[in-house]
Design a protein around this ligand. Structure first.
Ligand code: DGL
Length: 250
């Protein structure tokens, strides 16, 4: 079925997932809403997030999207269940911190870095209950303000904040799970501080799940040419342009 794949995030973080989707499903058409007007999601409460994300979902449904990818850990951990109840006929695929990947790889000392909302969420607690190795130490840490600094491309402040958050874990961990889709955009800066630590993010897993859902529901695009990619940033045209540039530069 040749309708679009809808994606949303509170800004450019969703690009990390869009990029993986394009890699494995190049012939699909994409419509990505960057809800930068409401960034940061991670510092809001559930009620507000449900209202905000419902508006975005409705805009994607107006575009006749055949599946909606919540390219945001905060929106997924706070609202995915309610969005599924509210929009019963819609297929949703969400993003959660890749705690299972750390578990499957048998890491022993893992830092999970996510937004303040995600860090405290019930969903992350459930994942830890289900996927924590018995002998694994977990540090569940909030990257307060980090997503907005990345959204605003404030490199100097990003460096300072990362240094402050990550310094206590230097030489103490073997892995870090990036539990916010904005964070892979500063992977290099994280690696520079933590050196040999494995950096885990869930974007490939999300892309594979989207493919699986499309196959399962017989919704794969039948075209054999490359699809269209449309990005809409609701704050400014400059931010839309910046996202196309990031997407095309990697
Ligand atoms: N990129 C989002 C996430 O994965 C949210 C960032 C924010 O707006 O706080 O959680």
């Amino acid at each position: 079925m040749n309708n679009k794949i809808g994606i949303f995030d509170s800004g450019l973080g969703g690009l990390t997932i869009l990029k993986e989707l394009i890699n494995i499903l190049p012939n699909e058409d994409y419509y990505f809403i960057e809800d930068s007007m409401n960034n940061p999601y991670g510092e809001k409460d559930e009620e507000e997030l449900l209202k905000i994300t419902s508006d975005v979902v409705e805009n994607l449904l107006k575009e006749k999207c055949k599946i909606i990818v919540i390219a945001c850990n905060t929106a997924t951990t706070s609202c995915m269940k309610k969005l599924k109840e509210k929009y019963k006929d819609t297929i949703f695929v969400g993003t959660v911190p890749a705690i299972k990947v750390a578990y499957d790889n048998n890491y022993k000392k893992t830092l999970i870095l996510s937004t303040p909302y995600t860090m405290k969420s019930k969903r992350v607690n459930e994942l830890l209950r289900d996927y924590k190795n018995e002998d694994q130490e977990i540090y569940n840490v909030s990257g307060e303000n980090l997503a907005s600094l990345i959204e605003n491309d404030n490199q100097e402040e990003i460096k300072k904040l990362l240094e402050k958050i990550l310094s206590p874990y230097k030489n103490k961990i073997d892995s870090i799970v990036l539990g916010c889709t904005h964070y892979p955009l500063v992977k290099k800066q994280i690696q520079a501080i933590l050196k040999d630590v494995a950096i885990i993010d869930g974007s490939i897993g999300v892309a594979k799940e989207v493919k699986h859902q499309l196959e399962l529901n017989n919704l794969l695009n039948s075209k054999n040419t490359r699809g269209d990619i449309k990005i809409f940033n609701n704050k400014s045209l400059d931010l839309t342009k910046r996202s196309y540039d990031i997407l095309n530069s990697k």
